[in-house]
Design a protein around this ligand. Structure first.
Ligand SMILES: Cc1cc2nc3c(=O)[nH]c(=O)nc-3n(C[C@H](O)[C@H](O)[C@H](O)COP(=O)(O)O)c2cc1C
Length: 215
């Protein structure tokens, strides 16, 4: 199963990108085909309805849409900014939400965060669930927040704490198994069952006008 993984940080040496790389390796170890991306691949302007109406999705959002659609599941590493979701991630979620069919819908998503602080960014992840679930994504119940991230990695990018590694591996395995189980129903071929599930997950897209660009 193909999984798109990226961190919502543009910072060189991003702790969230390091954490996502660790998750990607764990997923590969249990058989996943991981597309490890960088947020710079998805450079996009602030959401602008007029721009969308005139030109459709901008190239960076279009690139993200294609990579999401090529995957059945995602791993998103997100910093916590002021107790919440960072603007660049919310902006990307908003652009992508204008494409039809809604790319987020039915895709399993595992959320992780890393912060030099003592809480690890979990408050931001709770905020991040809201727009993703509103768009019909299947956000995995468990989330992983890495505290003291500035001291958590060795020179090779591995997590130094064995307990954290074990907890992460357990969550990653649980996520992969569940995503694998639902992918044929939610991301597979067009079947009557998939159409029924799609209808049940499409509340948010019904209240939004269709995209001019992503159809
Ligand atoms: C605008 C801004 C707000 C931040 N707010 C928080 C916060 O609420 N909680 C937290 O743990 N860290 C916060 N931080 C610190 C980030 O966790 C830290 O910069 C981290 O390295 C960002 O992730 P990255 O390394 O993947 O870029 C904030 C940083 C910035 C720039």
């Amino acid at each position: 199963m193909r999984i798109l993984a990226f961190a919502a940080s543009l910072r060189k040496g991003s702790y969230n990108q390091k954490l996502v790389a660790v998750v990607a390796e764990m997923l590969r170890g249990i058989g996943a085909d991981v597309d490890l991306a960088e947020f710079r691949d998805f450079d996009m302007p602030l959401y602008d309805y007029d721009l969308q109406t005139a030109e459709g999705l901008p190239p960076g959002a279009e690139a993200m849409r294609k990579r999401i659609e090529a995957a059945s599941a995602l791993v998103i590493g997100s910093p916590e900014y002021n107790y919440s979701i960072p603007g660049i991630l919310k902006n990307a979620i908003d652009w992508i939400s204008r494409a039809r069919p809604m790319p987020w819908r039915g895709r399993s998503i595992y959320l992780v965060s890393a912060s030099p602080g003592a809480i690890g960014g979990i408050r931001g992840l709770w905020q991040t669930r809201i727009p993703l679930e509103g768009c019909g994504a299947l956000v995995f119940p468990d989330m992983f927040a890495l505290a003291h991230a500035d001291k958590a990695f060795d020179a090779d990018g591995a997590l130094t704490d064995a307990g954290a590694r074990e907890r992460l591996q357990n969550q990653v395995t649980g996520f992969y198994r569940l995503a694998e189980a639902v992918a044929p129903l939610c991301c597979g071929e067009e079947t009557p069952r998939k159409q029924e599930i799609t209808r049940a997950l499409e509340e948010e897209s019904r209240i939004q006008p269709p995209s001019k660009g992503g159809e």
